[in-house]
Design a protein around this ligand. Structure first.
Ligand code: ATP
Ligand code: MG
Length: 554
């Protein structure tokens, strides 16, 4: 079962239930508000599943809103990747996507309203002076001398700021709240700054840009968001969120609720660090299959259902914790075990020659695409005198626990015959290069007639039919469970996070769909990569198999 259909319950849904029962709201509107300054990662998936999941279950709506108040760091490519990723996860936003920048006129109007109410002022103090006057957690801040500027003067100065008459950093617009507040964010926070930047949505129209805390709550209110869900680091900022909404003339009153962000072992989920991995080329790009990005997971062969199921299993709380990578892997395994077709591929080949099989002959054998789902049909797998098997599936000598091919003993070839190993040929280093075998032609799809018990089953491909393929084996990107805690997280990158093999795959895999994982029997789940071409097949390992084959020994 890929996805459980149990409806989740959590403290946010309890709040919503209460708000609907009490009549505070008759419908639920949520939003997902990414900043288009990077690709989405698995942590964002948690937020997406929460916001869109609530909208679905309560028959409400969820907006996609780009939180784009930082034109220097944002890019239209990021906007497009985010839209793709939300769709890929299986969610549809309410109407067109929205942009905080779409509200710049209104936001500017509300800033003017605060000035008119004596609740905002233009401050010409240097950045350093402002930092000093802010105080600390133990010490109150000090009032700026610009705090008492008249309303008329402030209106005139803000107009000049807006008209481009002041240089960047020369002045800012601050909310006039309380320099002695215990919450630093309430000590006259900056709400507008001068920035001569080209914006991907508004072009060169503006040279003043609103700050996040001022923008976010007003955007929520404009859109009629009922429950604004964000991560715990915004807990203190909720005071400012409410202050802004209460002090401007806007009819709706959204409420903010915070939940804990997802932390995942052996990876990083901070956008700043992910950007560094990409820019400093520790990975091949945002969609490198080792990245915890949605694009990376997709390229790796993860399914949308498996990511949604993961988000369901981790739940939503206010408790900070670190989730094991195994949780995520279990979700994709459960999905693919049920839903991936089977095929055969050999990653570390050694040649088998079946001496009693006719020269220059071959046959097509039928193999089931799925052991538990006949509906998935069968495919043809070519069999011939020369095969490849996995080098580790053969030993010259072994005890009974090794249920694979041993010199002088028999094993079943998956979907084919029983063979017996007779002798080997070795190279100068003593490495086995060829295993000479005999096959029992009367064992196709049935046990040997004389009642011999064959315990082991191994996979194989026909040497003349198999297609060469580059197979990329991925492991954890970092060597330590919490790389973010390292002084230099990049130094903790696992040098074996990508190991490339030159293997052989059965011919049917030439047509494997990109990004759709199949099970290479006994080896793991793999999907064709976008680097694949007619000339060169490339496969990514999505995830290894659960150790079900372990009982076969080895
Ligand atoms: P970062 O701090 O790494 O730059 P961010 O939080 O600034 O990430 P945004 O684009 O602003 O990134 O995030 C959009 C939404 O996704 C926000 O509501 C944010 O709270 C949520 N989000 C981001 N990271 C996580 C995470 N690890 N777990 C859960 N939600 C997250
Ligand atoms: Mg953010």
């Amino acid at each position: 079962m890929a996805e459980t259909d149990i409806r989740p319950t959590n403290f946010i849904r309890q709040i919503i239930d209460k708000d609907l029962q009490s009549g505070l709201h008759s419908t639920v509107c949520t939003r997902f508000p990414p900043e288009p300054n990077g690709y989405l990662h698995i942590g964002h998936a948690k937020s997406i599943c929460l916001n869109f999941g609530i909208a679905q279950d309560y028959k409400g709506s969820c907006n996609l809103r780009f939180d784009d108040t930082n034109p220097d760091k944002e890019d239209i490519d990021f906007v497009n990747s985010i839209k793709d990723d939300v769709h890929w996860l299986g969610f549809e936003w309410n109407g067109e996507e929205r942009y905080s920048s779409g509200y710049f006129d209104q936001l500017h109007g509300y800033a003017v309203e605060l000035i008119e109410k004596g609740l905002a002022y233009v401050d010409f103090s240097s950045q350093e002076a402002m930092r000093e006057m802010r105080g600390t957690l133990k010490e109150h801040g000090k009032n700026s001398r610009f705090r008492e500027t008249s309303i008329e003067t402030n209106l005139a100065e803000f107009s000049k700021m807006t008209a481009g008459e002041y240089a960047e950093g020369h002045c800012v617009l601050r909310a006039k709240i309380d320099m002695s507040s215990a919450f630093m964010c309430m000590r006259d926070p900056v709400i507008y700054r001068v920035k001569f930047a080209h914006h991907h949505q508004t072009g060169d129209k503006w040279c003043v840009y609103p700050m996040y805390d001022f923008t976010h709550c007003i955007s929520d209110a404009i859109e009629g968001i009922t429950h604004s869900l964000c991560t715990l680091e915004f807990q203190d900022n909720r005071r400012l969120y409410d202050w802004v909404i209460e002090n401007i003339s806007i009819p709706t009153q959204p409420r903010q609720y915070e939940f804990s962000r997802l932390n995942l072992e052996f990876t990083v989920l901070s956008k700043r660090k992910l950007i560094q991995l990409v820019e400093e080329k520790f990975v091949s790009g945002w969609d490198d299959p080792r990245m915890p990005t949605i694009a990376g997971l997709r390229r790796r062969g993860y399914t949308p259902a498996s990511v949604r199921e993961f988000c369901k299993r981790i739940g939503v709380t206010k408790m900070d914790n670190m989730v094991e990578m195994g949780m995520l892997e279990a979700c994709i395994r459960d999905d693919l075990n049920e839903n991936a077709n089977r095929a055969m591929a050999v990653l570390d080949p050694v040649k088998v020659v079946i001496e009693n099989y006719p020269q220059d002959s071959s046959e097509m054998l039928n193999a089931a695409n799925h052991p538990n789902d006949e509906g998935r049909g069968t495919r043809e797998v070519p069999f011939s005198r020369e095969l490849y098997i996995e080098a580790e599936d053969f030993r010259e000598e072994a005890n009974k626990k090794f249920k694979r091919l041993v010199l002088g003993k028999e094993v079943r070839l998956r979907n084919a015959y029983v063979i017996r190993a007779d002798k080997v040929e070795k190279d100068a280093d003593g490495k086995v290069t060829t295993i000479f075998c005999h096959y029992d032609g009367d064992t196709l799809g049935k046990d040997p007639a004389d009642g011999r018990k064959i315990k082991g089953v191994i996979h194989w491909v026909s040497a003349i039919h198999a297609v060469p393929a580059e197979i990329r084996l991925y492991d954890r990107l970092f060597n330590v469970p919490n790389p973010a805690a390292e002084e230099n997280f990049a130094a903790a990158i696992n040098p074996e996070s990508l190991v490339t093999k030159q293997g052989w795959v059965e011919p049917s895999l030439k047509n494997a769909e990109q990004g759709v994982a199949v099970q290479f029997e006994r080896t793991g789940y793999f999907c064709q990569d976008k680097d694949s071409s007619e000339e060169r097949l490339v496969f990514n390992r999505t995830v290894g198999l659960r150790d079900t084959w372990a009982k076969m020994g080895g």
